[in-house]
Write a protein that binds this ligand. Structure first.
Ligand code: GDP
Ligand code: MG
Length: 306
């Protein structure tokens, strides 16, 4: 005896509550299996309803997973890590930041971008791992279109490739990024440098700056941090007294002036300050007195005079 159709409908609705995506599809499929196979009448109507659910669920899943993925921006710049599976992207993100990301056996299960933050020279920067950008990404293979969408929104790209892997794999990734019309400041992290020489990779990609890095070598991680900072193009300016910085720097766009620095501290200060004293790369001599129009450079220490 099949379950009365009204009961079936009630049970079905209850089982669908709170289910979405793949989970909902599985529940609907199970219900379709259980449904008596009548061609007309109330059971046929139920079948129609469930098939409609299947279609709608899939359509909703496409909207979420395919067309766009939103990464909430944090920090002064967003840096995307791109490369073939197993290139060491997750490991690098983990080594560069404080958060714990699954690596190794989980390499292929990282299917969605993972974001973390790190401080580079005292400035908060967001790092985003873009997993699985494969051949055909521009035709949406592997959900490539959404991944490329995330990439397009980044400020710079760190391509990752193991020194032990064949260059061709990376060419495919570079090709997809180029085909998408994405042209951002970028560098190539030659990963797993403890396992081999980065020279062949550098020779294979003469057009891009190569930084050899191993998660086992802190100095190489520092060099990568510095290279990432240069990619952002941002300018670090410290506030301070007598050339001594107090605390973390401000991050400013290239071309920023002393007036912009004052404005970062307080809008009122930008109106009221009279001059500044400056130490560092943009100073002709330590403690040089300058006006609001003076352009600051990365590493300057500024003392606003009021
Ligand atoms: N020897 C060595 N192995 C690494 C290094 N970075 C990552 N790996 C290993 O490479 C494998 C893939 O790393 P993973 O970060 O998951 O790569 P992803 O797929 O690009 O995110 C893991 O087994 C890591 O332990 C490194 O600097 N040196
Ligand atoms: Mg990964």
């Amino acid at each position: 005896m099949p379950m009365p159709h009204r009961t079936f409908a009630q049970v079905a609705k209850r089982r669908l509550i709170g289910k979405e995506g793949r989970e909902r599809v599985l529940v609907v499929r199970a219900l379709l299996e259980e449904l008596p196979d009548y061609r007309s009448g109330p059971y046929a109507d139920l079948r129609k309803w469930l098939n409609g659910e299947l279609e709608q669920t899939r359509a909703r899943a496409k909207v979420v997973h395919r067309d766009s993925i939103q990464i909430r921006r944090e920090g002064a710049a967003q840096i995307a890590f791109v490369g073939p599976p197993n290139a060491g992207k997750s490991s690098l993100l983990q080594a560069l930041s404080a958060i714990q990301i699954k690596t190794g056996d989980y390499a292929f299960t990282t299917t969605r971008p993972v974001a973390s933050t790190t401080r580079i020279g005292g400035v908060l920067v967001q790092l985003v791992e873009i997993p699985g950008l494969i051949e055909g990404a521009n035709e949406d293979r592997g959900g490539g279109r959404a991944l490329l969408g995330v990439l397009r929104n980044a400020d710079a790209i760190v391509f990752c490739h193991a020194v032990t892997a064949a260059p061709e794999e990376l060419r495919v990734v570079l090709g997809e990024v180029e085909a998408a019309g994405i042209d951002l400041p970028s560098l190539l992290a030659a990963t797993k440098a403890d396992e081999g020489d980065a020279e062949p990779l550098a020779r294979a990609f003469p057009e891009i700056e190569v930084v050899a890095v191993s998660v086992l070598d802190d100095e190489s991680l520092d060099r990568l941090r510095e290279a990432i900072w240069r990619l952002t193009g941002l300018v670090r300016v410290f506030l301070g007294h007598g050339g001594e910085p107090d605390g973390d720097p401000l991050a400013l766009y290239p071309g920023a002036t002393v007036a912009d620095v004052a404005d970062e501290i307080h809008h009122d200060l930008a109106e009221s300050f009279t001059a500044a004293r400056i130490w560092g790369p943009s100073a002709r001599f330590p403690g040089q007195r300058v006006g609001g129009a003076h352009e600051v450079r990365d590493g300057d220490v500024v003392e606003i005079l009021r």
